[in-house]
Structures are given as C-alpha cells and as structure tokens.
Design a protein around this ligand. Structure first.
Ligand code: B12
Length: 479
C-alpha cells in the first residue's frame, strides 16, 4: 500500500518563515515504524506542496490544534478524490468526535501499538473509525527516516530519547498524552545520535532532542551523556530548572557538547506561576540558574506565556525587559492557550471563559481563545505583540548576541546568533505572529465545541501505566 504522511502546517507569521530551522519528528518517526512492505512518503506542509493527485492509497494527517482547520480542509479535498484519510496527534487525541466529522479514522494517543494494524485494516478495506494507542514501551524504536526530510532544514537530526514529564503544568497535555516517564534504551538513542548521512557539517554536528523533559531520570541521562562524549556532538533539549542544581549533571552536559537548554519559565509573577501550576519554578532562582548554565557556556532558551490570571497588559509587556535582565539568550513568547486535554481548559471551559466564535486556527500559540481575567482578549493580543516586538527589537537581540560572545561556547553562540537573527529579522521586516482574526479562509468551518468534560483522557488507565513500567510518582522521585 502507498501511504502519504502529511505533517500539516498553517503559517504562524504574517509573511511565513525566512528560514526553516528544525523539522517535526512525528512524520519521519511514523515513516520509520511503517512496515517495509508499504511505500511511505512524508510531506512537511511547512515547506512542501501538497499533491492532491498523489497515487497514495492512504493519507495520514498529523497536526496540532492550531492547524486542525487546514487538516480538515485537506481531508475534504482528498476524500472528494476517493482517498481514505486517517489522523492522529495531540489535537485528534482530545477531540476525536470533531475530527471524525472530517476523516475516516483516528488514532488516539501514541501510534506505535496500532499503526501497523491500522495500515493492514486500510489495505484490507476494513478501516475502523477509532484506534486506541497505548503508551509504547520505547524499546527497539527505529531511527527516524531522516532520509525522507527535505534537505533545507537547518538542524535535521531531531531525536527523542524519553517520553513524559512528572510535572503538572496547567496548560500542558503531556501528562495524559505521554503518561509516565519512559526511556529508550541508551544504545537505540546513540544510534540516532550517530546518524550522519547529512550533507552539511552543522547538520551532522547538531542533535536536537525533542523530549518533554529529557533530564528527569538522573541515572539514565547521566549514562546517555557519558556515552555521547566520544561522538563529539552539539546538542539541545528541553528540561526543568532542577538541572541547574546538579553539578555532576552540568559537568556531563558540558563534556558531552550541550549547547542549549530550553526552560519553560513562563512568567515573572507568583500569581501567574500558581495559575500555571508551575510549582517547580521560583522567580528568585531564575537568574542564578541561568548563570550556572552560562558558566559552562550553555545557552538558555526560555519560554514565556502571556495571559495568565495574574497578568495585566503592563506585566506582559514588561516581560521583555525582565527576561533580558535575567540573562535569557533566546526567548520564545506565546499567548496562553487552553488546549483540550489540559487542566487549564477544564477550568476555562467550566467557567464559561472560552471564546466560542474562535475556530481552531486561533489555537496556534499566538492568538487569544479565551477571556483573560484582567484585560480584554484584544488587549492581551496587543500586549503580546508589544512584548514580542520589544523582545526582538535590535537593541535586545544585539544585546543578547553580544553577551553571548562573552559567555557562550562556540556551538551555543552559533545557535544563539542564528535564533536571535531569525527573530530579529522577522521583527525588522514586520513579520510578526499572524493575527488569525484576519484569516477568512477557515471562517466557514464549524467552531470548537466547548465543555468541561474531556472526551478522552489519554486512553490510559492504571494497568497500562503499570505495563509501561513506570509511574509518574516514580519519575517524580528520581531527582
Ligand atoms: C517537540 C515539540 C515541539 C517542537 C517541534 C514542533 C513540531 N513541529 O513537531 C517545537 C519546540 C518547535 C514546538 C513548538 C510548538 N508546540 Co510543541 N511540542 C513538542 C513536544 C514536546 C514533543 C512532540 C514530538 O515530537 N513528540 C515525538 C513524536 C514522535 O510524537 P508525537 O508527535 O506525539 O506523535 C505520536 C502521537 O501523537 C501519534 N501521532 C501524531 N501524529 C499522528 C498522525 C497519525 C496519522 C497517526 C496515526 C498518529 C499520530 O503517533 C506518534 C507516535 O506515537 C510536544 C509534547 C508531546 N509530548 O507531544 C509538544 C506539543 C505537541 N506542542 C504543543 C504546542 C502547543 C506547540 C506550539 C503551538 C507552542 C507555541 N506556543 O508556539 C508550537 C507550534 C509549532 C509549530 N508546529 O509551528 C502542544 C500541542 C497541543 C495541541 N493540542 O495542539 C504539545 C502537545 C505540548 C502541550 N502544550 O501540550 N513543539
């Protein structure tokens, strides 16, 4: 059977991307777990055209909530041409009913346990409408099909070593989407890290771990890093602030070539941290934690979110100066978005604060989908754009770059220059995050149905967690 996996994308900036930095892992991972007898292609809509007249027998769509209307539009076009369409991913998992109005079949949760069966069923003409994936045990997962990526991605080697995170941030779906904390065998991860059939030196050099929280299990991460040292890579990942307190881990990170860590710092006020349920963060500790990474030459990328209940337009805009002051090298600035499947969504929907007229295209991390507590939705959007413009203004971007020259190791500096350049160029060109109020093409789509009850809670029960061999409690006590 011929399968086209399409990783759906809708432009998130007014004029699109000037550079294509790093690819999603999902498509090339699904391709890798596809049994060999099927022909699989992966199309990344962010840089490849969609061929509606493809010879594929099955179209498999992967998408975030913000890209759902585009996925549904494509599904309609493919189905009108007689193709069968299946879908999976975080959006589908928490809104299967809405998705099934547009596609033939959905996979809820992780695909590994059901993907081959779904393909068999599609081939035999007996596709079921819902497949429940269970949390995969992570042993023997193949190396992603990097060979199927368009060569334009700057950092094509994306790797996943672990799934899950022990924390319970109010806005995040990970605890139910990827329950427990599960690790691939170190040898399997090293096979991906060692893959080097890329044309450019920097593509062979850099490894980007797309993990939820890579460093949580200390014995595991320390073994992985110790064994990465001889490979002489530069690597980046997402982690929580506790890494900065572990000198042995920091030493290993430095020795194994860590060039950047992404922390979800989110906000500077205690009230907003409480709304985020981010008990692991302490504002007073941010600067010191960042300084400890800088002492090892590692760049700090940090995520900030505008729109918590403790936020005002002024506090949102001020984040630009605050994040500069604490020494962040590369900021990522989002608008709070209550995704289905999160405690935040339950709270907002339960309180009737979701904006029912706003379609899924607003759920792209840069638009407002709910009524903030201390300002109007429009005021939040305006404050976020002011924050964004200020944080990526030339004085801030150049200031961060200059500081990096003095304190970052070579790979970290290169990455920080590229990423600050990427955003500063957008700011200079007026290429701000797109305002979805101006996008008419999805206005005819049905709007999200909001309600406090979750249609799907990750499909995970205690038995499945047990069989995955870990519990969240266990994971949380490993550091
Ligand atoms: C890595 C990552 C990123 C990376 C890479 C993004 C990318 N394009 O892939 C970066 C940092 C760029 C990023 C950015 C954003 N991200 Co992100 N990200 C993740 C993270 C941590 C891991 C995703 C991953 O690669 N997993 C590994 C792969 C192998 O697994 P997977 O994608 O989950 O796919 C599995 C299943 O979902 C399923 N599946 C998925 N698709 C399909 C399709 C079919 C047909 C089938 C059968 C199965 C299937 O099978 C796969 C194997 O089990 C997840 C958290 C998580 N645990 O999912 C958040 C997550 C996906 N991100 C999220 C969000 C919100 C964003 C942003 C909007 C944030 C923002 N404010 O800007 C942006 C959007 C970026 C964009 N696309 O333009 C949300 C999505 C929620 C939602 N309902 O849409 C998540 C779930 C985190 C959360 N807050 O809950 N992200």
């Amino acid at each position: 059977m011929k399968v086209d996996v399409i990783v759906v994308y809708v432009q998130r900036y007014r004029k699109g991307h000037e550079l294509d930095f790093v690819p999603p892992l999902t498509g090339i991972h699904l391709a890798a777990i596809t049994p060999r007898r099927h022909r699989v292609r992966v199309i990344h809509q962010q840089l490849q055209a969609i061929d509606l007249d493809t010879d594929a027998d099955l179209i498999a769509l992967s998408f975030f909530s913000g890209f759902a209307p585009e996925a549904f539009r494509l599904a309609g076009l493919f189905r009108a041409r007689g193709k069968r369409v299946v879908a999976g991913g975080p959006h589908v998992t928490y809104d299967p009913e809405g998705t099934l109005r547009h596609v033939d079949s959905v996979v809820l949760g992780e695909a590994e346990s059901v993907w081959a069966e779904m393909l068999d069923d599609a081939e035999a003409g007996r596709l079921q409408s819902v497949y429940h994936g269970s949390p995969c045990d992570m042993k023997g997962l193949p190396t992603p099909r990097y060979d199927l990526l368009p060569p334009r991605f700057f950092v094509p080697r994306v790797v996943q070593a672990t799934r899950g995170c022990p924390f319970r941030c109010s806005f995040c779906t990970v605890p139910t989407l990827n329950p427990g904390f599960r690790m691939r065998p170190v040898d399997d991860v090293l096979a991906d890290v060692a893959y080097d059939r890329f044309p450019h030196w920097w593509q062979r050099k850099v490894v980007w771990f797309w993990d939820d929280n890579l460093t949580i299990n200390r014995p595991y991460i320390k073994e992985l890093l110790a064994r990465m040292i001889p490979l002489r890579r530069w690597w980046l990942t997402q982690a929580s602030l506790d890494v900065a307190k572990d000198d042995e881990l920091l030493d290993l990170m430095e020795a194994s070539g860590c060039i950047g860590i992404f922390f979800g710092l989110e906000t500077f006020t205690a009230e907003s941290l409480a709304h985020a349920n981010k008990r692991q963060n302490r504002v007073a500790w941010y600067s010191e934690a960042i300084a400890r990474l800088h002492r090892r030459g590692i760049a700090v990328m940090a995520g900030f979110i505008a729109g918590f209940d403790g936020d005002t337009p002024d506090s949102v805009e001020r984040m630009a100066d605050n994040l500069y002051a604490i020494g962040v090298d590369v900021p990522f600035l989002s608008v709070l978005t209550p995704f289905k499947g999160t405690p935040l969504y339950e709270q907002m929907a339960g309180d009737g604060r979701m904006l029912p007229e706003r379609g899924w295209e607003f759920y792209n991390g840069y638009n407002v989908t709910f009524r903030p507590r201390a300002m109007t939705p429009d005021a939040l959007l305006t404050a976020h754009r002011r924050l964004w413009r200020r944080a990526f203004s030339l004085p801030h971007a150049l200031g961060r770059a200059w500081r990096g020259v003095r304190r970052l190791r070579a790979g970290a500096l290169l990455m920080s220059l590229c990423m600050n350049g990427f955003y500063a160029l957008k700011a200079l060109r007026g290429n701000l995050p797109a305002d979805m109020r101006g996008r008419e093409e999805y206005s005819d789509f049905e709007k999200p149905r909001h309600g406090a009850a979750l249609p799907f809670s990750g499909g995970v029960n205690a038995d499945e967690l047990q069989s995955a061999g870990h519990s969240i409690r266990e994971a949380a006590t490993t550091f």
